[in-house]
Design a protein around this ligand. Sequence first.
Ligand SMILES: [Zn+2]
Length: 195
Amino acid sequence: MAVNLAGGQLPCGRPVNTLWNHIAYGTVDEHIRGCEYCQVALAQIRRLLMATGDTTGDMTGDMTGARTGERVRPPADLPRRVMAVIRAQLPPAPRVMLPGPSGNRLNISEQAVAFILRAAGDSVDGVRARSCRLTAAAPGVSTDADLELSISLRYGMPAPAAARAVRAAVRAAARAQLGLTLDRVDIDVVDIHLA
Ligand SMILES: [Zn+2]
C-alpha cells in the first residue's frame, strides 16, 4: 500500500503535515501507532528524506529514545525540510496558457495568477480576498477565463457595492498584469470581519 502524501489528508483523516510532529518529536500518539495509513505515510516520508540525502529520516526512526532513555532533539528546521520533501512530490501545478507573438506561449501557474487576483481583490477597501479559482474558457491557449473569488467583507460594508468594486479591480489586474480577460467573475462572501 502507498498513500498520497500530496493529497493533504490521509484516508484516516489525519492531515499529512501533522505527521512531521511525530517524526520530529516522536510524540506518543495512539492513533498514529495503530493506524496503517499513518504508518505507511511515515515510512514513505522517511524513505523520501533518505532518498534526498537527509539522514534525519534514519535518525528519527526511534525518537522517543527507548534505547537510550534520552530524548533526541531534532534539528529546528526539520518541519521545513519534511514539507519541502512532501511538496516535491506534488504534481505540477495547472498552468494558464496565454498566446504570445508568432505562436509562442506564455505559461503562468494558476498559483501565480491566483496570487495576483487575490491581491487585486484585497486592494478594495473593506474586502479581504480568500480563495480564488480560475477556469480557462477553453482548454489550451486562451485569453479568456472565468473567476470564482471568495472574500470576507468588513461588517457594515454593502455586499453588492463591494462585489462591483472587486470585479472591477480583478478585471483590471487580469488585463494589465496577465493579458487575461475575465468573462464571468463570481464573488462568494464567505465571512464578515470587524474593523
Ligand atoms: Zn491515521
